[in-house]
Write a protein that binds this ligand. Sequence first.
Ligand SMILES: Cc1cc2nc3c(=O)[nH]c(=O)nc-3n(C[C@H](O)[C@H](O)[C@H](O)COP(=O)(O)OP(=O)(O)OC[C@H]3O[C@@H](n4cnc5c(N)ncnc54)[C@H](O)[C@@H]3O)c2cc1C
Length: 379
Amino acid sequence: MTGEKIESIATALVVGGGIGGMATAIALTERGVAVDLIDLDPDWRVYGAGITITGPTLRAYRHLGLTDRIKEQGAVTNRSRVRLFDGTLLRELEEPVIEEGLPATGGIMRPVLHRLMQERVRELAIPVRLGVTVNRLETAGEGVDVGFSDGASGRYDMVVGADSVYSAVRDLAFPHMEAAQPTGQGCWRISMRKPPELDMGEFYFGHEFPCGITICGPDSIYMWMLTPHQRREVHMNEAELFRQFKANLAPFGGNAGWIRDNMTPADWINYRPLAAALQPRPWSNGRVVLLGDAVHATTPHLASGAGMAVESAIVLAQELARTDNIDAALKAYEDRRFDRCRDVVETSVSIGKLQLEHGRPDQIAGLIEGALARLNQPF
Ligand SMILES: Cc1cc2nc3c(=O)[nH]c(=O)nc-3n(C[C@H](O)[C@H](O)[C@H](O)COP(=O)(O)OP(=O)(O)OC[C@H]3O[C@@H](n4cnc5c(N)ncnc54)[C@H](O)[C@@H]3O)c2cc1C
């Protein structure tokens, strides 16, 4: 990322080494801040799903210098197809290119994206400590005194909480904020080899279970499906999930039907009840600031949660570089991020509600297209 150096802070602790935390660590380090990154997971893994990388998300990754690596190791396209659930082709869409040289949309396997970001963290020699969280945060004078779960302590000019929906930083520094609320839908995902006929992403509508396929590499895809959440799924083992997902796909044709007929129990499969929360302002308390799902957890309806986290990391670094006044920088960060992230969370939740109520397809399509057009605007 090009840009001014940050003079307002010298050190920062980033809590959470996921998409938003790694993006923050990279963006701050590139502007001269000495960053420590911690993650609760001792193995620093991510689960085996794919992820849709929209045009705005690719644009955000370009600021981190990672878009070319994503293009090489994922898949990008400028087109997608809309089908009726039985496979009938409804429309082929030309996705808008929002910046010169940038593909319109794409996909990548999460473990591959995670590795690309980890490689950049290592190239920048950012110290990473794993299997650790924070259990004490005290803003004192010009910094934050931090207690770690392994008994260590430290002092930083700023602490960034990028530790996702069950954020420990949020619990410690923002106890008035509430956990994400269930939306009533669940998301099924499978990662597997690519159907031979599939040459672009596809969406399947006209059935109470909307689903879609994203290409994530030369021979890898993931498929998602949204269903009303029923408690029994969270107790299912992988074999039961496999059988149920296959059954859900029974009426589907086209490449969705191919997936049903060719999925195997060895493929990665997952069911997750959806939850969302937009936390109230302010998003910072003293020198502690929240970012990503910790402060704006969303559902996948606009495939934009990761993009929002990466954008937020870039904006935080930009605003810290713009002024010596940290309070002003944190307020400017929040001013630039709040409405955009609110749009993603509120529109995603509204789409899910309409799907549960069997809302009109044109109304749902209108909500999706409107929000994606707004997200294409510069951040
Ligand atoms: C079903 C589903 C599908 C989705 N699909 C898409 C998609 O296609 N495209 C898209 O852009 N977005 C998608 N999203 C949203 C996206 O995954 C998130 O918005 C994004 O990962 C948020 O990044 P984050 O850094 O805030 O959290 P994460 O990426 O979840 O990272 C959080 C990190 O914090 C660590 N951590 C957790 N607790 C602690 C703690 N107490 N202390 C220290 N570390 C901790 C975790 O180990 C993890 O490494 C989807 C979400 C869901 C639920």
